[in-house]
Design a protein around this ligand. Sequence first.
Ligand code: UDP
Ligand code: MG
Length: 324
Amino acid sequence: MNSPDISLVIPIFNEAANLRPLAARIGSALDVCDVSYEAVFVDDGSSDESLDILRDLCAEEPRFRALSLSRNFGKEVAIAAGLDHAKGRAVVILDADLQHPPEAIAKFIEKWREGYKNVYGQRIDRATDPKLRVALTRLFYRLLENFGDVRLPPGAGDFRLLDRQAVDALLTMRERARFNKGLFAWIGFKSIGVPFEVEERATGKSKFNFSRLARFALDGLMSFSSIPLKVWTYVGMGISAFALAMAVYYWARTMLFGVDTPGFPTLVVSIAFFSGVQLISLGVLGEYVARIFNEVKGRPLYLVAERLGGEETSAREVNNTLKT
Ligand code: UDP
Ligand code: MG
């Protein structure tokens, strides 16, 4: 089989109601693009009827393929699985909930043909998001910008087109604590943003609640910055300098005014405070050690339980497929 021009990679977690409308919109949006394409749906361990619907869709449409992962591995890993199995000369990643309008892909392809290898969709509007989420997102980006080793273009997300060369670069990165937005920026290549309007989620609600987003943000910061590890040297130096100054102060006071026994509250408060500081720094160390532990175990990124549509099997797929 010749590789198609475009592979769509679509992560799916409990999106049953969105799949048919999505398939229809993909069809009408790409038919006007004058490209050959395939769609790789990655069922990320859905517990609703998503997989059954994918089964029907793949039977009806030869350009559709689907993988079903053995459990929910998270969107970042689902995207990695889709990239592993995409065969196109370029890959477009989009959400299944129709928040990423397939009609924007025509513009991506235009830029790709101009020679851009990393064409990212740039949200014009996040009015659909709650205020607190917007504020925290902004804080996260500011932290990453100041302390991380990647620069994320504002408004860029996972909705993007990647040239085969960029996809192959991403495939070499098998890290388990994945933060795709950072990886997309890290690989570089000639990049450009294409503005698009975020739509309301078609049906259902976002899979990312507050604690999941917080964990995701932590993954992003820790994968792309070692500042949280290093900062303790400076905190420690600051505290030591403060302790030294206190020592001098108490020595001088004792010399001048004699011994002053009370001081119990100061003692308790400072012991509690500095124990807290030490535990926080240990905790940060622990976060990194846990991530190192996860990486050195060298487990596969994901396991494929079932493949639907398409015939050929890639080498990587064999490696990742559950032996039954
Ligand atoms: N998704 C996934 N695995 C997960 C969570 C989400 O594959 O564990 C998919 C989901 O089905 C959707 C996309 O990732 O296609 C974006 O998810 P969602 O719309 O919930 O996130 P948001 O738009 O709020 O960032
Ligand atoms: Mg969404």
